[in-house]
Design a protein around this ligand. Structure first.
Ligand code: F0G
Length: 369
Protein backbone atom coordinates (compact mmCIF):
# COMPACT_ATOMS: atom_id res chain seq x y z
CA UNK A 1 0.00 0.00 0.00
CA UNK A 2 1.23 3.51 -0.82
CA UNK A 3 2.01 5.36 2.42
CA UNK A 4 2.54 8.94 1.25
CA UNK A 5 5.77 10.73 0.36
CA UNK A 6 7.26 10.95 3.86
CA UNK A 7 7.09 7.22 4.61
CA UNK A 8 8.14 6.30 1.08
CA UNK A 9 11.18 8.59 1.00
CA UNK A 10 11.90 8.84 4.74
CA UNK A 11 15.73 8.48 4.44
CA UNK A 12 15.82 11.53 2.18
CA UNK A 13 13.69 13.79 4.37
CA UNK A 14 14.33 15.71 7.62
CA UNK A 15 12.05 13.62 9.84
CA UNK A 16 12.76 11.53 12.92
CA UNK A 17 10.84 9.01 15.00
CA UNK A 18 9.49 12.00 16.96
CA UNK A 19 7.91 13.68 13.94
CA UNK A 20 4.13 13.20 13.87
CA UNK A 21 3.36 12.40 10.24
CA UNK A 22 0.43 14.30 8.77
CA UNK A 23 -0.42 12.77 5.42
CA UNK A 24 -3.27 12.41 2.96
CA UNK A 25 -1.22 9.78 1.09
CA UNK A 26 -0.02 12.35 -1.42
CA UNK A 27 2.41 11.49 -4.22
CA UNK A 28 2.54 8.35 -6.38
CA UNK A 29 0.94 10.40 -9.15
CA UNK A 30 0.62 8.91 -12.65
CA UNK A 31 3.43 9.32 -15.17
CA UNK A 32 1.43 9.07 -18.37
CA UNK A 33 3.01 8.47 -21.76
CA UNK A 34 1.52 10.89 -24.29
CA UNK A 35 1.34 9.42 -27.72
CA UNK A 36 -0.24 12.59 -29.08
CA UNK A 37 2.53 14.87 -27.81
CA UNK A 38 5.33 12.43 -28.65
CA UNK A 39 4.03 12.42 -32.22
CA UNK A 40 3.87 16.19 -32.35
CA UNK A 41 7.41 16.61 -31.08
CA UNK A 42 8.81 14.12 -33.55
CA UNK A 43 10.28 10.68 -34.04
CA UNK A 44 12.46 9.11 -31.35
CA UNK A 45 11.02 11.30 -28.63
CA UNK A 46 8.91 10.03 -25.71
CA UNK A 47 6.84 12.61 -23.90
CA UNK A 48 5.48 11.79 -20.43
CA UNK A 49 3.04 13.76 -18.33
CA UNK A 50 3.52 13.80 -14.57
CA UNK A 51 -0.05 14.43 -13.51
CA UNK A 52 0.38 16.23 -10.19
CA UNK A 53 -3.28 17.25 -10.27
CA UNK A 54 -3.94 13.73 -8.96
CA UNK A 55 -2.60 14.64 -5.52
CA UNK A 56 -5.21 14.70 -2.70
CA UNK A 57 -5.96 18.44 -2.92
CA UNK A 58 -5.39 18.54 -6.66
CA UNK A 59 -1.90 19.98 -6.93
CA UNK A 60 1.80 19.29 -6.33
CA UNK A 61 1.69 21.44 -3.20
CA UNK A 62 0.64 18.42 -1.14
CA UNK A 63 4.14 16.93 -1.42
CA UNK A 64 5.62 19.90 0.40
CA UNK A 65 2.69 20.46 2.69
CA UNK A 66 2.75 16.99 4.26
CA UNK A 67 6.25 17.79 5.49
CA UNK A 68 5.68 21.45 6.37
CA UNK A 69 2.59 20.62 8.45
CA UNK A 70 4.20 17.58 10.09
CA UNK A 71 7.17 19.75 11.13
CA UNK A 72 4.85 22.55 12.30
CA UNK A 73 3.10 20.02 14.54
CA UNK A 74 6.43 18.65 15.77
CA UNK A 75 7.52 22.16 16.75
CA UNK A 76 4.24 22.63 18.69
CA UNK A 77 3.01 25.40 16.43
CA UNK A 78 -0.75 25.90 16.63
CA UNK A 79 -1.32 27.87 13.44
CA UNK A 80 0.06 27.99 9.91
CA UNK A 81 0.08 30.94 7.57
CA UNK A 82 0.57 31.40 3.84
CA UNK A 83 0.02 33.73 0.89
CA UNK A 84 -1.29 32.00 -2.17
CA UNK A 85 -2.51 32.14 -5.74
CA UNK A 86 -4.83 29.34 -4.59
CA UNK A 87 -3.19 25.94 -4.52
CA UNK A 88 -0.91 26.51 -1.55
CA UNK A 89 -3.87 27.76 0.46
CA UNK A 90 -5.99 24.75 -0.57
CA UNK A 91 -3.26 22.35 0.47
CA UNK A 92 -2.27 24.18 3.67
CA UNK A 93 -5.85 24.38 4.89
CA UNK A 94 -6.53 20.67 4.17
CA UNK A 95 -3.36 19.42 5.92
CA UNK A 96 -3.83 21.88 8.79
CA UNK A 97 -7.42 20.62 9.25
CA UNK A 98 -6.09 17.07 9.43
CA UNK A 99 -3.43 18.06 11.95
CA UNK A 100 -5.84 20.06 14.11
CA UNK A 101 -3.97 23.31 13.41
CA UNK A 102 -5.48 26.66 12.53
CA UNK A 103 -4.75 27.91 9.03
CA UNK A 104 -4.64 31.51 7.92
CA UNK A 105 -4.35 32.38 4.24
CA UNK A 106 -3.86 35.63 2.37
CA UNK A 107 -5.10 35.60 -1.20
CA UNK A 108 -5.10 38.30 -3.86
CA UNK A 109 -8.70 39.46 -4.00
CA UNK A 110 -10.63 38.25 -7.06
CA UNK A 111 -7.55 36.60 -8.54
CA UNK A 112 -7.77 32.95 -7.51
CA UNK A 113 -9.74 30.19 -9.21
CA UNK A 114 -13.07 29.27 -7.67
CA UNK A 115 -12.22 25.63 -6.92
CA UNK A 116 -9.20 26.67 -4.86
CA UNK A 117 -11.17 29.25 -2.91
CA UNK A 118 -13.85 26.65 -2.16
CA UNK A 119 -11.17 24.31 -0.78
CA UNK A 120 -9.76 26.87 1.66
CA UNK A 121 -13.31 27.74 2.75
CA UNK A 122 -14.49 24.19 3.34
CA UNK A 123 -11.32 23.20 5.24
CA UNK A 124 -11.97 26.05 7.64
CA UNK A 125 -9.13 28.44 6.85
CA UNK A 126 -9.32 32.01 8.07
CA UNK A 127 -9.13 33.82 4.76
CA UNK A 128 -7.96 37.38 4.19
CA UNK A 129 -8.85 38.44 0.66
CA UNK A 130 -6.37 41.26 0.12
CA UNK A 131 -6.61 44.04 -2.45
CA UNK A 132 -3.10 43.40 -3.71
CA UNK A 133 -1.28 40.88 -5.88
CA UNK A 134 0.44 37.66 -4.72
CA UNK A 135 3.86 39.30 -4.30
CA UNK A 136 2.39 41.87 -1.90
CA UNK A 137 0.52 39.11 -0.01
CA UNK A 138 3.80 37.19 0.37
CA UNK A 139 5.54 40.27 1.79
CA UNK A 140 2.64 40.68 4.24
CA UNK A 141 2.74 37.08 5.50
CA UNK A 142 6.50 37.32 6.02
CA UNK A 143 5.91 40.31 8.32
CA UNK A 144 2.99 38.60 10.07
CA UNK A 145 5.11 35.50 10.70
CA UNK A 146 7.69 37.67 12.46
CA UNK A 147 5.08 39.32 14.64
CA UNK A 148 3.07 36.23 15.67
CA UNK A 149 3.80 32.66 16.77
CA UNK A 150 2.66 31.06 13.51
CA UNK A 151 4.50 28.84 11.04
CA UNK A 152 4.89 30.19 7.52
CA UNK A 153 4.21 27.42 5.01
CA UNK A 154 5.05 29.16 1.76
CA UNK A 155 7.96 27.61 -0.12
CA UNK A 156 10.44 29.85 1.71
CA UNK A 157 9.85 27.26 4.43
CA UNK A 158 12.62 24.76 3.55
CA UNK A 159 10.41 21.79 4.47
CA UNK A 160 8.19 22.61 1.51
CA UNK A 161 11.15 22.27 -0.86
CA UNK A 162 12.23 19.03 0.82
CA UNK A 163 8.81 17.48 0.31
CA UNK A 164 8.42 18.68 -3.24
CA UNK A 165 11.71 17.15 -4.36
CA UNK A 166 9.99 13.73 -4.13
CA UNK A 167 8.40 14.44 -7.51
CA UNK A 168 11.83 13.99 -9.11
CA UNK A 169 12.37 10.76 -7.13
CA UNK A 170 9.09 9.32 -8.41
CA UNK A 171 9.91 10.18 -12.02
CA UNK A 172 13.31 8.46 -11.75
CA UNK A 173 11.80 5.46 -9.97
CA UNK A 174 9.17 5.09 -12.72
CA UNK A 175 11.54 5.52 -15.68
CA UNK A 176 14.50 3.73 -14.12
CA UNK A 177 16.60 6.82 -14.86
CA UNK A 178 16.22 10.59 -15.07
CA UNK A 179 14.46 11.95 -18.15
CA UNK A 180 16.58 13.88 -20.65
CA UNK A 181 14.40 16.96 -20.21
CA UNK A 182 12.24 18.03 -17.28
CA UNK A 183 9.79 20.79 -18.18
CA UNK A 184 7.81 22.67 -15.55
CA UNK A 185 5.74 25.84 -15.11
CA UNK A 186 7.43 28.46 -12.93
CA UNK A 187 5.74 30.95 -10.63
CA UNK A 188 7.25 31.48 -7.20
CA UNK A 189 9.98 29.07 -8.35
CA UNK A 190 9.87 26.72 -5.36
CA UNK A 191 8.96 23.74 -7.47
CA UNK A 192 11.75 23.93 -10.05
CA UNK A 193 14.18 24.47 -7.16
CA UNK A 194 12.82 21.40 -5.34
CA UNK A 195 12.75 19.17 -8.40
CA UNK A 196 16.37 19.99 -9.26
CA UNK A 197 17.36 19.26 -5.68
CA UNK A 198 15.61 15.88 -5.96
CA UNK A 199 17.46 14.91 -9.12
CA UNK A 200 20.78 16.01 -7.66
CA UNK A 201 20.25 13.92 -4.53
CA UNK A 202 19.34 10.83 -6.55
CA UNK A 203 22.45 11.44 -8.65
CA UNK A 204 24.70 11.82 -5.63
CA UNK A 205 23.36 8.61 -4.12
CA UNK A 206 24.00 6.78 -7.38
CA UNK A 207 20.35 6.07 -8.23
CA UNK A 208 20.66 7.82 -11.60
CA UNK A 209 23.69 8.16 -13.85
CA UNK A 210 22.68 11.34 -15.68
CA UNK A 211 20.92 14.51 -14.64
CA UNK A 212 18.11 16.01 -16.70
CA UNK A 213 18.13 19.37 -18.45
CA UNK A 214 15.77 21.58 -16.43
CA UNK A 215 13.41 23.71 -18.48
CA UNK A 216 11.06 26.24 -16.89
CA UNK A 217 8.27 28.26 -18.47
CA UNK A 218 6.76 31.48 -17.21
CA UNK A 219 3.76 33.29 -18.67
CA UNK A 220 4.94 36.14 -20.89
CA UNK A 221 3.25 38.83 -18.78
CA UNK A 222 4.67 37.37 -15.55
CA UNK A 223 8.21 36.41 -16.45
CA UNK A 224 10.62 38.09 -14.02
CA UNK A 225 13.21 35.30 -14.33
CA UNK A 226 13.32 35.64 -18.09
CA UNK A 227 13.31 39.45 -18.09
CA UNK A 228 15.84 39.59 -15.26
CA UNK A 229 13.85 42.03 -13.16
CA UNK A 230 10.87 42.16 -10.82
CA UNK A 231 7.54 42.61 -12.61
CA UNK A 232 5.43 45.01 -10.56
CA UNK A 233 2.12 44.23 -12.26
CA UNK A 234 2.32 40.64 -13.51
CA UNK A 235 -0.41 39.67 -15.96
CA UNK A 236 -1.55 36.31 -17.28
CA UNK A 237 -4.75 34.28 -17.47
CA UNK A 238 -2.83 31.55 -15.60
CA UNK A 239 -3.59 32.98 -12.15
CA UNK A 240 -1.55 30.31 -10.33
CA UNK A 241 1.68 31.70 -11.82
CA UNK A 242 0.77 35.39 -11.83
CA UNK A 243 3.89 36.25 -9.84
CA UNK A 244 6.36 39.08 -10.41
CA UNK A 245 8.95 38.52 -7.68
CA UNK A 246 9.56 34.80 -7.09
CA UNK A 247 10.77 33.84 -3.62
CA UNK A 248 13.06 31.09 -4.97
CA UNK A 249 14.58 33.27 -7.69
CA UNK A 250 18.13 32.03 -7.01
CA UNK A 251 17.05 28.40 -6.86
CA UNK A 252 15.45 28.62 -10.30
CA UNK A 253 18.49 30.30 -11.84
CA UNK A 254 20.77 27.67 -10.26
CA UNK A 255 18.62 24.85 -11.66
CA UNK A 256 18.84 26.43 -15.11
CA UNK A 257 22.59 27.10 -14.98
CA UNK A 258 23.71 23.85 -13.37
CA UNK A 259 21.61 21.68 -15.69
CA UNK A 260 22.44 23.71 -18.83
CA UNK A 261 18.74 24.33 -19.11
CA UNK A 262 16.40 27.14 -20.06
CA UNK A 263 13.76 29.39 -18.55
CA UNK A 264 11.59 30.93 -21.23
CA UNK A 265 8.17 32.46 -21.77
CA UNK A 266 4.93 31.26 -23.31
CA UNK A 267 2.05 33.50 -24.33
CA UNK A 268 -1.41 33.13 -22.78
CA UNK A 269 -2.70 32.05 -26.19
CA UNK A 270 -0.14 29.24 -26.30
CA UNK A 271 -1.04 28.22 -22.74
CA UNK A 272 -4.72 27.96 -23.65
CA UNK A 273 -3.95 26.00 -26.81
CA UNK A 274 -1.92 23.49 -24.80
CA UNK A 275 -4.70 23.40 -22.16
CA UNK A 276 -7.26 22.38 -24.79
CA UNK A 277 -4.88 20.01 -26.54
CA UNK A 278 -4.16 18.07 -23.34
CA UNK A 279 -7.88 17.71 -22.68
CA UNK A 280 -8.88 16.87 -26.25
CA UNK A 281 -6.01 14.61 -27.32
CA UNK A 282 -4.75 13.08 -24.08
CA UNK A 283 -7.85 13.13 -21.90
CA UNK A 284 -5.90 14.99 -19.23
CA UNK A 285 -7.60 17.98 -17.61
CA UNK A 286 -5.25 20.52 -16.04
CA UNK A 287 -5.51 24.08 -14.88
CA UNK A 288 -4.13 26.75 -17.23
CA UNK A 289 -0.85 27.32 -15.32
CA UNK A 290 -0.06 23.62 -15.65
CA UNK A 291 -0.45 23.77 -19.40
CA UNK A 292 2.51 26.19 -19.52
CA UNK A 293 4.89 23.20 -19.50
CA UNK A 294 3.23 21.65 -22.55
CA UNK A 295 2.94 25.03 -24.28
CA UNK A 296 6.68 25.36 -23.72
CA UNK A 297 7.34 21.85 -24.99
CA UNK A 298 5.54 22.66 -28.24
CA UNK A 299 7.28 26.01 -28.58
CA UNK A 300 10.72 24.44 -28.16
CA UNK A 301 9.76 21.65 -30.53
CA UNK A 302 8.75 24.15 -33.24
CA UNK A 303 12.11 25.88 -32.86
CA UNK A 304 13.94 22.60 -33.59
CA UNK A 305 15.44 22.40 -30.09
CA UNK A 306 14.70 18.72 -29.47
CA UNK A 307 15.54 17.70 -33.01
CA UNK A 308 19.10 18.99 -32.73
CA UNK A 309 19.50 17.47 -29.26
CA UNK A 310 18.31 14.12 -30.55
CA UNK A 311 20.67 14.10 -33.50
CA UNK A 312 23.54 14.74 -31.10
CA UNK A 313 22.38 12.11 -28.59
CA UNK A 314 21.80 9.43 -31.28
CA UNK A 315 19.03 7.78 -29.26
CA UNK A 316 15.40 8.24 -28.24
CA UNK A 317 14.95 11.21 -25.90
CA UNK A 318 12.61 11.26 -22.92
CA UNK A 319 10.83 14.41 -21.86
CA UNK A 320 8.70 14.80 -18.74
CA UNK A 321 6.21 17.67 -18.53
CA UNK A 322 4.96 18.46 -15.05
CA UNK A 323 1.21 19.07 -14.92
CA UNK A 324 1.04 20.89 -11.63
CA UNK A 325 -2.69 21.21 -10.91
CA UNK A 326 -6.06 19.66 -11.76
CA UNK A 327 -8.41 21.24 -14.30
CA UNK A 328 -11.35 21.07 -11.91
CA UNK A 329 -9.66 23.77 -9.84
CA UNK A 330 -10.77 26.29 -12.43
CA UNK A 331 -14.01 25.17 -14.09
CA UNK A 332 -14.77 28.73 -15.14
CA UNK A 333 -11.81 28.71 -17.50
CA UNK A 334 -12.93 25.48 -19.17
CA UNK A 335 -16.43 26.85 -19.64
CA UNK A 336 -15.06 30.10 -21.04
CA UNK A 337 -12.86 28.36 -23.56
CA UNK A 338 -15.52 26.11 -25.09
CA UNK A 339 -19.06 27.10 -26.16
CA UNK A 340 -21.68 25.93 -23.63
CA UNK A 341 -24.46 23.72 -25.01
CA UNK A 342 -27.87 25.38 -25.35
CA UNK A 343 -30.79 23.73 -23.50
CA UNK A 344 -32.82 21.50 -25.82
CA UNK A 345 -36.34 20.07 -25.71
CA UNK A 346 -36.40 16.35 -24.76
CA UNK A 347 -36.83 15.34 -28.38
CA UNK A 348 -34.79 12.64 -30.13
CA UNK A 349 -34.53 14.56 -33.36
CA UNK A 350 -33.47 17.84 -31.72
CA UNK A 351 -30.87 16.05 -29.57
CA UNK A 352 -29.54 13.94 -32.46
CA UNK A 353 -29.17 17.01 -34.62
CA UNK A 354 -27.44 18.99 -31.85
CA UNK A 355 -24.88 16.27 -31.02
CA UNK A 356 -24.22 15.27 -34.62
CA UNK A 357 -25.79 11.79 -34.52
CA UNK A 358 -27.00 10.82 -37.97
CA UNK A 359 -29.90 8.40 -38.33
CA UNK A 360 -28.85 4.82 -39.18
CA UNK A 361 -30.64 4.83 -42.52
CA UNK A 362 -28.89 8.02 -43.60
CA UNK A 363 -25.52 6.61 -42.46
CA UNK A 364 -25.95 3.38 -44.47
CA UNK A 365 -27.37 5.15 -47.50
CA UNK A 366 -24.33 7.44 -47.42
CA UNK A 367 -22.05 4.44 -47.04
CA UNK A 368 -23.42 2.72 -50.14
CA UNK A 369 -23.77 5.73 -52.39
N1 F0G B 1 1.36 25.48 -11.22
C1 F0G B 1 0.39 25.64 -10.31
C2 F0G B 1 -0.91 24.98 -10.56
C3 F0G B 1 0.63 26.42 -9.15
O1 F0G B 1 -0.34 26.56 -8.26
C4 F0G B 1 1.87 27.02 -8.98
C5 F0G B 1 2.14 27.85 -7.81
C6 F0G B 1 2.85 26.80 -9.95
C7 F0G B 1 2.56 26.04 -11.05
C8 F0G B 1 4.21 27.35 -9.84
O2 F0G B 1 4.96 26.72 -8.87
O3 F0G B 1 5.44 28.67 -7.45
O4 F0G B 1 6.69 26.55 -7.17
O5 F0G B 1 7.04 27.98 -9.18
N2 F0G B 1 1.27 28.22 -6.97
C9 F0G B 1 1.54 28.93 -5.73
C10 F0G B 1 0.30 29.00 -4.88
C11 F0G B 1 2.26 30.20 -5.91
O6 F0G B 1 0.16 29.93 -4.06
O7 F0G B 1 -0.54 28.11 -4.96
P1 F0G B 1 6.11 27.52 -8.11
Amino acid sequence: MWRGVIETYRPYLPVSSKTPIVTLLEGNTPLIHSQALSKRVGRHVDVYLKYEGMNPTGSFKDRGMTLAISKALESKSDAVLCASTGNTSASASAYAARAGLRSIVLIPSGAIALGKLSQALIHGARIASVEANFDACLALVKSLAQMHPVTLVNSINPHRIEGQKTCAFEICDALGRAPDFHITPVGNAGNITAQWKGYQEYYRRGHIRRLPVMVGFQAEGAAPLVKGNIITHPRTIATAIRIGNPASWQGAIAAREESHGLIQTVRDKEILEAYRLLAMEDGVFVEPASAASVAGLLKLSRSGYFHSKRIRAKRTLSIVCILTGHGLKDPERAIKSIRLPKPLPPSLSAISKAVGLLRRSSVSSRGTS
